[in-house]
Design a protein around this ligand. Structure first.
Ligand code: FE2
Ligand code: FE2
Length: 289
């Protein structure tokens, strides 16, 4: 199997054709980054998007939070969920929503994608706190965790047949996904993601995280944010593709040295992340409904 030169340019063209992210997303991203931001402003922004507002209320009234039917106002919902959780929901609903699943196969993939993204976001929070990153950095890592694989989602949603071939090829040849993507598509999902992030005018840090999350990493440069995301992603990669035939590379020495976790700490991290993925599974059921 060889690269079809038209594949790369048609992927890049369809990224450019993606609709803009709803305004509310960009504004909420800015607002939640601001330590002074207040509940009322966020409430007003979400209030302008009825579909979003009703999803937020549905989530907060779910069994997941044990408050069934008690929360009727957005303001209350924001206080209960917290700004960070609200931001994560708004971002996922909007960014993932532009890439709709069409076939049953894609619907399955969508769930795996959601779990992997929420699992990665949760893992970034645990790692960044343990490593003493600033609150701002923890937040960026978390949003990066949520959105890092949008390029993959885009490929699934828009080039489904081709991407399935990439997966099968990786499985048969026991090659890493990124190697096969480069070979068959001409670019990797992280490069697609970087182009999407630029197209969507996401903050520079996010462009850097999404575009760089799979490496390669220079042995001389320590990048705590990117390393946090890389480890978090690695821990939840098993959630993809429903197969263990596709190899995943252990993070390189520069990343693991920076992390400096004992085998016991790594085990603990894995257990914590698994619990978060279980929570995300319940949340997905609610959001997809
Ligand atoms: Fe990735
Ligand atoms: Fe990932």
């Amino acid at each position: 199997m060889t690269t079809n030169p038209f594949v790369k340019s048609s992927i890049e063209k369809s990224v450019q054709d993606l609709p803009a992210l709803p305004n509310v997303v960009t504004r909420i991203l800015k607002e939640t980054e601001d330590p002074e931001s207040c509940t009322q402003t966020i409430e007003r922004m979400i209030g302008t998007e009825p579909a979003l507002a009703s999803k937020v209320l549905r989530v907060v009234n779910s069994a997941y939070y044990g408050l069934s039917g008690q929360v009727t106002s957005l303001g209350q919902a924001i206080v209960i969920l917290g700004l960070q959780q609200i931001r994560n929901l708004v971002l996922s609903v909007s960014a993932f929503g532009t890439l709709k699943a069409k076939t049953p196969n894609q619907i399955d993939t969508m769930e795996q994608f959601w779990l992997h993204s929420f699992g990665t976001a949760a893992a970034t929070q645990i790692i960044s706190t343990k490593k003493g990153l600033t609150l701002d950095e923890c937040e960026s890592a978390c949003v990066g965790g949520l959105l890092h694989d949008i390029g993959r989602l885009f490929l699934f949603a828009n080039f489904g047949q081709t991407y399935t071939q990439v997966i099968r090829h990786a499985e048969q040849k026991k090659l890493e996904m990124e190697v096969v993507e480069k070979r068959l598509l001409g670019l990797t999902h992280s490069e697609v993601g970087r182009q999407m992030a630029i197209h969507w005018k996401l903050p520079k840090t996010l462009v850097h995280l999404i575009g760089g999350h799979e490496g390669p990493f220079s042995p001389e440069v320590v990048d705590p944010l990117l390393f946090t995301l890389h480890v978090a992603d690695w821990l939840t990669k098993g959630l993809y593709f429903g197969t263990d035939e596709i190899p995943t590379k252990t993070p390189p020495a520069v990343v693991m040295d920076w992390l400096n976790f004992s085998p016991e700490q790594l085990d603990w991290l894995e257990t914590e992340v698994e619990a978060k993925v279980d929570e995300a599974r319940q949340l997905y059921g609610l959001m997809a409904a």
